[in-house]
Design a protein around this ligand. Structure first.
Ligand SMILES: [Mg+2]
Length: 119
């Protein structure tokens, strides 16, 4: 549902909903065809494990180590894949949820902007 989002961001909100819907369907088909079925709890744990791996390499950078950029890409991909699998197992419509959240963020941002505050 489109509300008070600035017109220039309406296209983003609509695009995100549709693009994520297609990506999520693709992951669902791939998962069902090629892997054993797992409950949402499994994917939630996997998601948090992968997010932890991403956080760990950021921590290494923070401590002064050099990490190849490909490692960040690999872990970010793991996070996205785990999130898609979680949403499919939990029957979460991620595209709609992100679209709704973007609109909430934009409404809050605009309300703050009217008071010369930053989000
Ligand atoms: Mg990983």
């Amino acid at each position: 549902m489109i509300k008070k989002t600035e017109p220039k961001y309406l296209a983003l909100v609509e695009f995100v909903a549709e693009a994520l819907r297609k990506v999520q369907i693709g992951f669902d088909e791939y998962q069902k065809e090629c892997f054993v079925s797992r409950p949402s709890e499994f994917f939630c744990l996997e998601l948090n494990g992968e997010a932890g791996e991403l956080a760990n390499i950021e921590k290494k950078v923070w401590k002064g180590k050099e990490i190849p950029h490909e490692k960040f890409e690999s872990e970010a991909a793991d996070v996205l894949i785990a999130l898609m699998n979680y949403c499919n197992a939990k029957d979460v419509n991620l595209g709609q949820a992100v679209s709704d959240k973007l609109q909430q963020i934009e409404q809050k941002r605009l309300a703050l902007k009217q008071n010369n505050e930053e989000y």
